[in-house]
Write a protein that binds this ligand. Structure first.
Ligand code: SAJ
Length: 411
């Protein structure tokens, strides 16, 4: 079997290399020439534990090759970004473009799989785009057209950054075909390289399942974040509160933090809200609660900083969550940017996963430092990311400091 993976990002690249390791001939496609070259040289452009080793092995085995153009294959996997516009509308331009690039290559018997998290109805749109351009292909099981048929399905990615390689193999997968035969063919394909269960449904339900999973998490984090604000008001330790409440057999509260970041949990609920604005009140409120949190933290820091003439604030962590280097859509970045714009003092920034500050933070009053040095020199310590690398921080260093611990890390 030959597989063509379109989009070599956080999902496409690990999937392409896993398939290559499992023995498929894999052709990876990316629109960025630097990414293509790097991968063909056995390198990676994203950080994910052990991904570098896997890509290298896949390329060296001769089973994985990348280019800017797709090639004929048996299976096509689309793993391109599905961002939202500034008005919170889903933007499926990349899915459309990726589909356009493979249309002329499709042959009867091919399977086209959409892995990108997508608004409900996207898989049906892919089918429409393909069949509009290729009237020689069909989705029909009628005897006269069966030899022309192709298979189209959605199999939403479900992996967690930081654990992608394990979850890619172990997680159960939901597969929703545009019709029953598409579901079956796609199921057979996934069963050949993953260990998790493969659960069959239709395309719209599969799309909705993925959006539901991430909205579930967003709503539950919002609950924890709301508790943290209530607890501040009532002078109760929210971390202790949650720990105690979670001893109840049917209570399982998530952890509050500085806000919700990344390109999934903070984005996907909008796909549901856009499709059913009147029916999605709770999901909308969760977004509001989580988006409120960074500004709330900034206000808490400013309150404390006012006591000092020239406050120095140690900001621990920039990434959107623990133990990864991804700064995109990070509430920690939003907070640090905001503090920096207000010029309230010097910011000693600590982020073990980067070698230099992103350009927008390269300012006179911001400096990237080692953790202990940054804390020693500071008046206020602002913990933003619960990186494992912070766990050996000498607690004595914190004694004289004002601590704002957004993750309950030092609790
Ligand atoms: N967060 C909290 N408190 C928590 C858990 C998370 O504040 O208790 C914050 C994190 O710090 C981070 C944000 O939420 O800023 C999102 O982090 P995450 O770990 O919840 O999720 P992601 O974005 O890394 O990955 C999610 C996963 N979805 C679910 O767990 C339902 C992953 O399985 C999906 O594949 C991924 O989104 C995706 O690509 O959609």
């Amino acid at each position: 079997h030959k597989v063509c993976v379109v989009g070599l990002g956080y999902i496409g690249l690990p999937t392409a290399s896993l398939l290559a390791i499992k023995g498929f001939q894999v052709h990876g496609v990316d629109t960025n020439p630097n990414v293509v070259k790097l991968i063909n040289d056995g390198g990676v452009h994203i950080f994910e534990p052990d991904l570098d080793i896997m890509v290298k092995a896949a390329v060296q085995s001769g089973k994985l090759r990348a280019s800017m153009e797709p090639e004929e294959a048996d299976v096509f996997i689309l793993a391109v970004p599905t961002p939202f516009t500034e008005h919170h509308k889903p933007d499926i331009t990349y899915v459309r473009q990726a589909t356009q690039t493979i249309i002329s290559l499709l042959k009867p018997g091919n399977i086209v799989i959409l892995e990108s998290t997508s608004p409900v109805g996207t898989t049906e749109k892919i089918a429409d785009w393909i069949l509009e351009a290729r009237n020689d292909l069909s989705l029909s099981d009628a005897p006269q057209s069966v030899c022309n048929r192709i298979f189209i399905a959605h199999c939403p990615e479900r992996v967690m950054p930081g654990q992608i390689l394990r979850e890619l193999v172990e997680n159960d997968r939901v597969i929703g075909g545009i019709d029953h035969a598409s579901t079956q063919r796609t199921t057979e394909f996934y069963k050949s390289f993953i260990n998790g269960k493969v659960l069959e449904t239709n395309a719209r339900t599969a799309e909705m399942t993925k959006l539901t999973e991430n909205s579930f998490r967003d709503v539950n984090i919002a609950f924890a974040n709301e508790l943290s604000v209530i607890c501040d008001h009532l002078k109760i330790n929210v971390w202790e509160l949650i720990r105690l409440a979670n001893h109840h057999p049917r209570v399982s509260i998530l952890q509050p933090g500085p806000g919700v970041g990344g390109h999934c949990i903070a984005v996907d609920p909008w796909f549901l809200i856009d499709a059913a604005p009147e029916q999605s009140k709770l999901i909308q409120t969760a977004r509001t609660v989580n988006n409120f949190k960074p500004g709330y933290i900034v206000d808490r820091v400013i309150e404390k900083a006012e006591r000092f003439k020239e406050p120095v604030i140690a900001c621990l962590g920039l990434s959107f969550k623990a133990d990864i280097e991804d700064l995109r859509e990070s509430p920690a970045v939003e907070i640090v940017k905001n503090l920096s714009a207000r010029q309230i003092g010097k910011l000693n920034i600590v982020e073990p996963y980067v070698n230099q500050l992103p350009e927008f933070l390269q300012l006179e009053h911001t400096v990237l430092m080692g953790k202990e040095e940054a804390i020693r020199e500071s008046d206020i310590v602002l913990l933003l990311v619960n990186h494992h690398a912070f766990s050996d921080i000498d607690r004595n260093l914190l004694k004289e400091k004002i601590l704002i611990d957004t993750r309950g890390f030092f609790n």
